[in-house]
Design a protein around this ligand. Sequence first.
Ligand code: THU
Length: 159
Amino acid sequence: MKNLKLEIEYRFCQLDELDGQEQELVQKAISATANSYANYSHFHVGAALLFDNGKMMIGANQENAAFPSSLCAERSAIFAAQSQCPEQAITAIAIAAKNNKGLLEDPITPCGACRQVMLEVEDRYKHPVRVFLYGTRGIYCFDSVKDLMPFSFVDANMR
Ligand code: THU
């Protein structure tokens, strides 16, 4: 028997350490929290996508009285983007969240379902998606969704 170890490399940085485009993406995620409909959880999440042509698109979580009918910010953004411009590869996503005390101090970390959908984006466009998880204390930056999802399941695993 062998013990194996996984190592994940990511960065912790401040907003002003990101380049201009990345800062704009994070700012868009923060402002997208205002578009959240979180009548039940009162947890407002914003996501901003960057496309390979430099354009950006936002999403926010949308809740429903029938709880499972709700959708997270990340999937709201991704599904809207892929419905409107399926030819554009998504190259980065920024996520931010607010609770009743304001913006989260520690970086928001996406749920498993959103990680799976983000992974499919990488697989679909054959392009890594950089991930920026915002907190007022700082930002976690990942070079690929794979770093957030070890032992992931993609199309190739069925072949
Ligand atoms: N939520 C997101 O939108 N993204 C996440 O990464 C975590 C959770 C939403 C779903 C629900 O509307 C609320 O936050 C509380 O779970």
